[in-house]
Design a protein around this ligand. Structure first.
Ligand code: PLP
Length: 526
């Protein structure tokens, strides 16, 4: 493909995407294919000779599109939203076009710098604790009105920094030399990672290194392996499975603790488990709390958990993969009460902030804890600005990194914070509309109330009934939802997902659900 053809085909592709999204309603939500459907449709070997673009596009329609689940379909209510917007698509397109690999500042300075600034923007949009925001001498000196200073002082008081385990104190000094103050709070910052799973893994690796280092310092005869074998992480039964997976990778125990009647992990449960583990000679090192669980969008009690983490010197991570976006709106910020205790926090703008996958934001209060856990420095990656600049290769697992911040920049500027807030509020309003429809039919019950854009409901009666209902709905291909189990209750999750979802969509979804419930209940009675 030459320049001229790229221009032509590129324009056609934009038309293809725009038509797809505009007419998505005409398709089934889920495909009607069986595993292995594609292999017989494609040649066994890659083509030896170049093929015509028109032929490739024809095959796309014939072979690929029939196997697509349409996540942007107005009847897609599974999981959480898959973020999508035109500015974000264009940002990703440009990222591919520039074709850079931004593993260090020198590898492409704008890639690193825009990422830092975007994480700072989003952190401020979400009113995250200042400990997560990187220090910017110009901004922080200029903005230092009384209110902000007060906020920062308070933050420092509440900061869970532990002398015993603080890493990189010499680097705090380096950070503050230019200002003549010790700015321990300004070692925080944010990075873009590929997924929430990666954020949680990275938090676990940093917490693990920090605990092993401090234990070894306290007892030089102890070996890393001996400490590792005794480490314990805590999370709730409703936390995303990626916490358990991170534990598998990091080779540490993960305790999945019971939740209360509001599906929330409480301090008392955590405290009792920590005490029992310590009595067994185990070493608690991390708690991963959640705001907005995947199961039912419940919130762990960050305040109670954070206070315990501070006392016990445990790393406190908070996963807000979905719900974090709600922090843009003042009325939802009560959810983040206690977040000031957290050592790290993640949220996925590629879920609920109109960004295309992938785009996971991860903030850490002490970036040196990450660097200590993940930094390697071969000669070919070194550069002369390494002392002053951010090198994100030390902040995660991957070396090579896409220019993900372009889509953040494009989208945030195109919508404005106001536009993004409107989008979040609209989804929350529509969830209430759907819940009020469900409440009009006394065969159904709502479990756990309406939280943000999620409604969890079920048919009254046995779990089996709701299971049958969901199977019937999903088999129909005209709507898609997924189930969850909370405290042994089988629930059907209805997430408002479509970017431009309307009241009408809620009514249509409710009608479909009612019709299938009629059939399921009739069959049950027969
Ligand atoms: N945490 C929560 C609360 C989630 O809802 C999800 C996914 O839905 C994840 C973590 C994992 O996200 P990812 O697919 O980005 O790893």
């Amino acid at each position: 493909m030459d320049d001229a053809e790229f221009r032509r085909r590129g324009k056609e592709m934009i038309d293809y995407i725009a038509d797809y999204l505009k007419n998505i309603n005409d398709r089934r939500v889920t495909p009607e294919v069986e595993p292995g459907y594609l292999r017989p449709m494609l040649p066994k070997n890659a083509p030896e000779k170049s093929e015509k673009w028109d032929d490739i596009m024809k095959d796309l329609e014939r072979t690929i599109m029939p196997g697509i689940t349409h996540w942007q379909h107005p009847r897609f209510h599974a999981y959480f939203p898959a973020g999508n917007s035109y500015p974000s698509i264009l940002g990703d397109m440009l990222s591919s076009g520039l074709g850079i690999v931004g593993f260090s500042w020198a590898a492409s300075p704008a890639c690193t710098e825009l990422e830092t600034i975007m994480l700072d923007w989003i952190g401020r949009m979400m009113a995250l604790p200042v400990g997560f925001l990187p220090f910017d001498p110009k901004r922080d000196n200029k903005d230092s009105d009384d209110e902000e200073e007060e906020e920062e002082e308070e933050e420092e008081e509440l900061s869970p920094e532990s002398d015993e385990e603080s890493s990189g104190d010499n680097l705090h000094e380096t950070m503050s030399n230019g200002h003549g103050q010790k700015q321990t709070r300004h070692i925080g910052g944010g990075v873009l990672l590929g997924s929430a799973s990666e954020c949680i893994l990275v938090a676990m690796l940093a917490a693990r290194t920090k605990k092993i280092t401090s234990k070894r310092q306290a007892d030089p005869l102890m070996e890393d392996g001996q400490i590792l074998a005794r480490l314990v992480c805590y999370t709730s039964k409703l936390a995303h499975s990626c916490v358990e997976k991170a534990g598998l990778i990091a080779m540490v125990r993960v305790r999945q603790l019971a939740v209360d009647e509001h599906f929330s992990l409480r301090g008392k449960t955590l405290e009792e488990c920590i005490r029992a583990d310590k009595e067994k000679g185990l070493i608690p090192f991390l708690v991963s709390g959640t705001v907005g669980t995947t199961s039912c969008c419940s919130y762990d009690n960050l305040e109670e958990i954070g206070e315990i983490c501070q006392r016990e010197k445990l790393w406190f991570h908070v996963d807000g993969a979905y719900a974090g976006s709600a922090f843009l709106c003042e009325e939802h910020r009560y959810i983040m009460k206690g977040l000031h205790y957290a050592d790290s926090f993640n949220t996925n703008p590629n879920k609920w902030l109109l960004m295309n996958f992938d785009c996971s934001c991860f903030w850490v209060r002490d970036k040196f804890a990450l660097i200590n856990a993940m930094s390697v420095d071969p000669l070919y990656l070194q550069h002369k600005h390494a002392q002053k600049a951010v090198d994100y290769r030390h902040w995660g697992v991957a070396l090579s990194r896409r220019f993900r911040s372009l889509k953040l920049w494009f989208t945030i500027r195109s919508y404005g914070i106001e536009g993004l807030r409107h989008y979040i509020r609209e989804h929350c309003r529509l969830a209430k509309v759907f819940a009020s429809l469900i409440s009009t039919d006394n065969r159904f019950e709502i479990i756990g109330g309406v939280t943000l854009g999620l409604v969890c409901f079920r048919l009254k009666g046995s779990n089996k009934l709701s299971q049958k209902l969901l199977l019937s709905l999903n088999d129909s291909g005209c709507i898609h939802m997924v189930p969850s189990m909370v405290n042994d209750i089988y629930i059907i999750r209805f997430a408002v997902c479509a970017k431009y979802a309307t009241d009408d969509d809620m009514h249509v979804a409710f009608r479909i659900i009612q019709e299938h419930a009629n059939d399921v209940l009739e069959e049950y009675r027969a």
